[in-house]
Design a protein around this ligand. Structure first.
Ligand code: PHE
Ligand code: ZN
Ligand code: ZN
Ligand code: ZN
Length: 281
């Protein structure tokens, strides 16, 4: 698997930050800051050779959108999907929640496009709208047949909390194991993800019978002293003290967690969807 460049991921985060700054301080779904974030990603994916689709839906008198990117080579089925929500709350720019997952996913997709690995699954990436309004984008996608043919969905929401924990979703043991094996190679202990259970975009896929997984670095829960001994950082302080607030800026990112989790995503994608066998296309 490629070692994703954390500098490139941070450059995407800086773009999200300046987009928020020129759009009233946020990138909330249905606003100009969201549309500018979506276009930033879409332009890069289009240039890299992805087939992109913007899926619009309405809620609360606004138009919201999901960005879907299909990689055009490899087998037609089954589909292996990875997604991140791209919207922030109204209160701030949403750089950890969820610029972190969105920027890492973009960098992963761009690496796939340049490496062109031999695949054993169809690859699809998604950036969801209106997660912060009740997981609306991923629900809309699944309600409209999006989970059809999808074997696995991995979710990345908050991967660089400033006082990070390393939490692995425990929904599907086989997927959980692939993540844990990766963190073990980095000598990073993990715990089962419980703070966010059912509170992100993997939920609709799980309910539709898709195998799901992911990683998370913690939100408003506080790091215990036991967790601070294993992971470092500050005990008795929130994993993300700027969760859903105006200080969720580019200063609210732990670059080590950002890098490790992005590389983890790449590793899991390679383990689950890339084959070394030559392909005849
Ligand atoms: N989805 C929640 C939010 O955006 C936080 C969360 C992240 C929940 C990851 C579960 C898993 O605020
Ligand atoms: Zn890296
Ligand atoms: Zn949030
Ligand atoms: Zn989130």
């Amino acid at each position: 698997a490629p070692d994703l460049s954390v500098g490139n991921i941070q450059a995407h985060l800086s773009q999200f930050q300046s987009i928020a700054s020129s759009n009233g301080g946020n990138r909330a779904s249905g606003t100009g800051g969201y549309t500018a974030s979506l276009n930033y990603i879409k332009n890069k994916l289009d240039a890299a050779g992805y087939t992109t689709t913007v899926q619009n839906f309405s809620s609360g008198g606004r138009t919201h959108s999901n960005l879907i990117a299909n990689w055009p080579s490899g087998p037609a089925s089954p589909t292996f999907m990875i997604g991140s929500h791209l919207d922030s709350v109204n209160a701030g720019p949403g750089i950890n929640d969820n610029g972190s997952g969105s920027a890492s996913l973009l960098e992963l997709a761009l690496n796939v496009a340049s490496i062109k690995p031999n695949l054993n699954k169809h690859l699809r990436f998604a950036w969801w709208g209106a997660e912060e309004l009740g997981l609306l984008g991923s629900k809309y996608y699944v309600q409209n047949g999006g989970a059809s043919g999808v074997d696995t969905y991995l979710n990345f929401d908050m991967t660089a909390s400033p006082n990070p924990g390393y939490f692995v979703y425990d929904d599907v043991p086989a997927i959980e194991k692939v993540f844990k094996d990766y963190y073990a190679t980095k000598n990073i202990p993990t715990e089962i993800e419980t703070e966010g259970d059912g509170r992100s975009d993997h939920s609709a896929f799980k309910n539709a019978g898709v195998k799901v997984g992911g990683v998370f670095t913690g939100a408003s829960n506080r790091k215990t002293t036991a967790q601070a001994s294993k992971w470092g950082g500050q005990a008795n302080q929130p994993f993300d003290r700027c969760y859903h607030s105006s200080c969720d800026t580019t200063s609210n990112i732990n670059a080590t967690a950002l890098d490790i989790n992005a590389d983890g995503m790449a590793n899991v994608l390679w383990k689950l969807a890339v084959t070394d066998a030559p392909q005849n296309d």
